[in-house]
Design a protein around this ligand. Structure first.
Ligand SMILES: [Zn+2]
Length: 108
């Protein structure tokens, strides 16, 4: 057992749990009901914790979470070559193949 992820927002933790479980990784959620109801603030609030059961899955689960969270927070980018709006998951324009501005390929 190894602590995988923790966040004060139970909805985010639940979402992360879904992502990891969808990949076939066994996880356990601790402190799920420790916090108050929605909108309540507790002075002794305990963050829900997501634990990975098999330590061997830890690295893979971490990557899944990073990918999931970064994809959600990212915004579409506009190709400087053809002006097409592209999904943040793509590093190159789906229409013309131009590299995303600021992508790692350009070394910025
Ligand atoms: Zn383009």
């Amino acid at each position: 057992m190894r602590l995988l992820y923790s966040n004060e927002n139970r909805l985010i933790v639940a979402n992360v749990r879904n992502v990891v479980e969808a990949a076939g990784i066994e996880v356990v959620l601790n402190n799920e009901f420790a916090a108050g109801g929605a909108g309540e603030l507790s002075p002794f609030e305990v963050w829900p914790e997501l634990w990975v059961v098999n330590d061997a899955d830890y690295e893979r689960a971490t990557r899944l979470i990073e990918n999931s969270l970064s994809a959600r927070n990212a915004v579409p980018w506009r190709c400087i070559n053809c002006g097409e709006d592209n999904d943040p998951a793509f590093e190159t324009c789906w229409k013309c193949g131009h590299d995303q501005p600021g992508s790692r390929k350009e070394g910025i």
